[in-house]
Design a binder for this molecule. Structure first.
Ligand SMILES: NC(=O)c1ccc[n+]([C@@H]2O[C@H](COP(=O)([O-])OP(=O)(O)OC[C@H]3O[C@@H](n4cnc5c(N)ncnc54)[C@H](OP(=O)(O)O)[C@@H]3O)[C@@H](O)[C@H]2O)c1
Length: 280
């Protein structure tokens, strides 16, 4: 039995679907019972990372765990609860969703929180696999960019090899069901690195609407994120993340999706086309 945490999350929900399609029995951990899955081979269990008893119940008979968490300052602590519960319950292998360049001194909060959680897992004595993706396709709100006609970019010339959350999930499913993945760190990217002006150009081509990409300062970007309703702390973390991209642009294109999922990674253009077709 495989336990999938964050089963309502962008990647976790796709991991549940990927395991179901493989005919692999899995248990989806959700916080709200209304979010139960109705898929073959999938059972749903209610639990919370802060509730050790719920984790113990969820891990009964579980040999492998998919671990992720919402990006939060307490992410390492929350993931630590799952790691401790996995050790307590005799889990054999944890596959963790992390982030590109995760380490415990990274100036990007998102990468650092994952780096600290990675270290906890590495030091737990459990067998582990780390999945380190770059930015998700799903973080590009193409319809909103097309509607606004403007993409504000504090990222300078730095490119990002966007990856689709479903491709990460297929790699996770391969690592959770196959052998030879213990102690491996997989850097995961899509097929090409794109700058923000190139992202804007894709939105123009697919939506057929004019979009300009305007370079903005960190302060203007921060104000824009907060004005758009983002939590102030999260907005500051976003700015630190853009700064990390500027300081160390990600030029690497990895082949792991092709190797582990057995097919080419989806392109950002294909994702934006899906968004247009789906009206989102
Ligand atoms: N977005 C990107 O571009 C990107 C790029 C690279 C790496 N990452 C990493 O990906 C990870 C996030 O994965 P994701 O995007 O798949 O997740 P997500 O869509 O942000 O969803 C967060 C999940 O965490 C669950 N959760 C939050 N608090 C919990 C708790 N106390 N107990 C149990 N579950 C809890 C949420 O459950 P509810 O539905 O109940 O709230 C939800 O399922 C982060 O580590 C992030 O750094 C993201």
């Amino acid at each position: 039995m495989i336990l999938v945490t964050t089963a309502t999350g962008q990647v976790g929900s796709a991991v549940v679907r990927a395991l179901s399609q493989r005919g692999q029995a899995c248990r989806a951990l959700v916080r709200n019972a209304d979010q139960a899955f109705d898929l073959p081979h999938v059972e749903t269990v209610q639990g919370d990372f802060r509730d050790g008893a719920s984790l113990d119940a969820a891990m009964a008979g579980v040999s492998r765990v998919y671990l992720a968490c919402r990006p939060l300052p307490i992410q390492p602590e929350l993931e630590g609860h799952v790691i401790t519960a996995a050790s307590r319950n005799g889990v054999g292998h944890v596959v963790k969703l992390s982030a590109y360049d995760a380490h415990d001194a990274n100036p990007s909060d998102f990468r650092r929180w994952n780096g600290i959680a990675e270290r906890r897992l590495m030091e737990s004595g459990l067998a582990w696999t780390m999945l380190r993706p770059t930015a998700f396709h799903q973080s590009v709100d193409a319809a909103a960019i097309a509607a606004r006609g403007e993409l504000l970019s504090p990222q300078g010339d730095a490119a990002s090899p966007f990856i689709d959350a479903r491709d990460i999930a297929d790699v996770a499913a391969a690592a959770l069901t196959g052998e030879g993945h213990k102690g491996r760190i997989y850097d995961l990217t899509g097929p090409e690195a794109l700058t923000q002006p190139q992202v804007a150009a894709l939105v123009v081509e697919v939506f057929g609407r004019p979009v300009t990409c305007r370079a903005v300062s960190d302060d203007e970007a921060l104000d824009g994120l907060i004005a758009g309703g983002m939590d102030v702390g999260f907005a500051r973390s976003m700015i630190a993340h853009y700064q990390a991209y500027r300081a160390r642009p990600v030029s690497l294109i990895s082949g792991w999706v092709s190797i582990l999922a057995g097919r080419k990674p989806r392109s950002l253009r294909a994702y934006i086309e899906e968004c247009r077709t789906a009206g989102r």
